[in-house]
Design a protein around this ligand. Structure first.
Ligand SMILES: *[C@@H]1O[C@H](CO)[C@@H](O)[C@H](O)[C@H]1NC(C)=O
Ligand SMILES: *[C@@H]1O[C@H](CO)[C@@H](O)[C@H](O)[C@H]1NC(C)=O
Ligand SMILES: *[C@@H]1O[C@H](CO)[C@@H](O)[C@H](O)[C@H]1NC(C)=O
Ligand SMILES: *[C@@H]1O[C@H](CO)[C@@H](O)[C@H](O)[C@H]1NC(C)=O
Ligand SMILES: *[C@@H]1O[C@H](CO)[C@@H](O)[C@H](O)[C@H]1NC(C)=O
Ligand SMILES: *[C@@H]1O[C@H](CO)[C@@H](O)[C@H](O)[C@H]1NC(C)=O
Ligand SMILES: CC(=O)N[C@H]1CO[C@H](CO)[C@@H](O)[C@@H]1O
Length: 457
């Protein structure tokens, strides 16, 4: 009996091992393309027809909600994707920053000083520094900066006028033809963020136009990879940095109504304003504290723990956080759609879809954190991750080489096992009861059972 079981188990395991081996040559050099469509709110997937993206997901995996990091802005979240760190840890704490010590300023159009990026090491740098591997990038924030003196071997300087197809052509060329091999590549596109700001996410007519465009870009991407014979071997992640919410002219928070402009400098504006008081911090805080019921006002020490947004000198002494849909105004022009708000709001969340040999096919998952993407990418590429705030096990269910039981499944298995055991026990009891009544030779039977024992052993 024991030896039979051993034999079965051995056969089973060797079967599993050989089936893995027979296909491991296929995955010898793991490669990954990371794509971001800026401002792609998670529920656009449900609200709009996106046939190309849907096909992509059907053959791969989908994470319906990715919980991003506070503040839910573009540069900070793109850097969290590639470092696995909260903003206070990677140092890109806003799209507009000021460093008091060096008196340096950072903005979307003035982002090339490595000083701002060097608090962390993005995955393309780690990959580039590995032997026989290179990285390539088409305009992902930070990829045209020499972070820790390293840029990807292939990259484009940021220029918003360059079309998606031109960026894609470069990426395809680099993936197809490079020595050493490009093993990590990244591609960035400004939509649907730009249209979301301009029209507001509730403008279904305008949003369906831009989302159709984005979906066609996905179609081009897949077609290109298929033509180059890369579709089955290359891992592709399509994700985004944040969502978008509808704003309104009736939801304005006018700082001038509460405090004189001369008493502070505003470093970043809306919906999360970074305030640097000129002289009296207490005065500025007190003036703003009850300025508007739709705006939370924090001294740096009092910023809620859950934001992980406190321990960095680039975070200013006073932080104003508008409620969803509200705009903090000073001079700037009003936008119909915006993001940057509290990262617990579903409207701020993007999605993630992935396809390739590293991923399951046709699997849906409800949520991961944006910082979990980094350890997952390191695992796929076989890179040693830098210390980070992500949790690899959160992404196990997406990966073909990992064992994963998610909570509903586990509960199902436990309940199932319980039902089977209960049924069996009942059956045994019933059988015993039925058998025990008309059994005249019960003593004889007992002896027979005794006799069976050595055979079982
Ligand atoms: C890098 O490539 C060279 C030449 O093909 C090879 O000899 C060497 O073993 C490779 N190194 C690693 C770490 O794969
Ligand atoms: C940006 O790209 C456009 C379109 O390719 C080009 O005409 C323009 O010269 C570029 N700008 C810079 C600063 O390179
Ligand atoms: C891909 O590489 C092959 C061989 O190096 C080359 O013949 C082909 O033209 C390349 N295709 C593209 C689209 O770059
Ligand atoms: C700062 O402002 C607070 C509140 O307005 C006030 O009580 C305090 O005297 C001020 N301190 C200085 C140094 O001006
Ligand atoms: C707002 O506008 C005023 C007057 O036009 C200008 O002096 C000030 O610098 C502007 N402030 C900001 C933050 O743009
Ligand atoms: C995030 O990760 C960094 C680097 O490991 C660490 O220093 C920091 O304490 C982490 N933050 C939290 C809230 O765990
Ligand atoms: C030998 C073998 O099983 N090869 C397979 C490895 O995996 C790829 C993609 O999943 C298949 O196309 C191969 O046939």
């Amino acid at each position: 009996m024991m030896s039979t079981m051993k034999l079965v188990l051995t056969l089973l395991f060797s079967g599993i091992i050989t089936s893995c081996r027979s296909n491991s040559t296929y995955n010898l050099v793991p490669r990954l393309l990371l794509v971001s469509f800026d401002g792609f709110r998670a529920d656009y997937l449900k609200k709009y027809e996106l046939p190309h993206l849907r096909n992509f997901i059907e053959e791969g995996v989908l994470v319906e909600h990715v919980k991003n990091v506070f503040i839910t802005k573009t540069f900070p979240n793109h850097y969290s994707i590639v470092t696995g760190l909260y903003e206070e840890n990677h140092g890109i704490v806003a799209n507009s920053m000021y460093d008091a010590e060096t008196q340096k300023r950072f903005s979307e159009s003035k982002d090339k000083d490595p000083f701002w990026w060097n608090e962390a090491t993005p995955i393309w740098v780690t990959n580039e520094l590995e032997e026989n591997r290179t990285s390539a990038a088409a305009m992902w924030p930070g990829t045209d900066v020499a972070i820790h003196n390293t840029t990807p071997s292939y990259f484009m300087n940021y220029n918003s006028s360059v079309t998606f197809d031109e960026r894609l052509d470069n990426i395809a060329k680099w993936l197809n033809n490079s020595d050493p091999l490009v093993t990590f590549a990244t591609l960035y596109w400004e939509e649907p963020d730009a249209s979301g700001h301009k029209y507001g996410p509730e403008d279904k007519e305008q949003m369906s136009v831009v989302l159709k465009e984005v979906d066609n870009h996905v179609g081009h991407l897949v077609h290109k990879l298929k033509t180059l014979g890369l579709w089955e071997s290359l891992n592709v992640i399509i994700t985004s940095d944040h969502g978008m919410t509808q704003c309104s002219k009736d939801k304005m928070i006018k700082l001038d109504a509460c405090i004189d402009r001369s008493s502070y400098t505003i470093v970043d504006t809306t919906p999360v304003a970074a305030i640097l008081p000129k002289e009296n911090q207490t005065y500025v805080f007190k003036k703003l504290e009850h300025c508007n019921t739709h705006m939370k006002v924090y001294l740096k020490d009092g910023i809620p723990e859950r934001f992980h947004y406190q321990h960095n000198k680039r975070i200013q002494p006073v932080l104003l956080v508008a409620d969803e849909g509200w705009t903090i105004v000073l001079n700037e022009s009003f936008k119909l759609g915006d993001h940057g708000y509290d990262n617990s709001l579903p409207s701020m969340h993007p999605f993630l879809a992935a396809h390739g040999p590293a991923f399951h096919k046709g699997y849906k998952h409800s949520t991961i954190n944006i910082v979990d993407i980094y350890p997952m990418m390191c695992h796929i590429l076989g890179l040693k991750p830098h210390p980070n705030n992500g949790t690899f096990s959160n992404t196990k269910c997406l990966l073909a080489d990992q064992w994963c039981i998610n909570l509903p499944e586990a509960i199902g298995i436990v309940i199932g096992a319980f039902l089977v055991l209960t049924t069996l026990t009942c059956l045994i009891i019933i059988m015993k009861n039925k058998l025990s009544v008309p059994r005249p030779f019960s003593r004889l039977q007992l002896q027979e059972e005794d006799d069976d024992d050595p055979l079982i052993g």
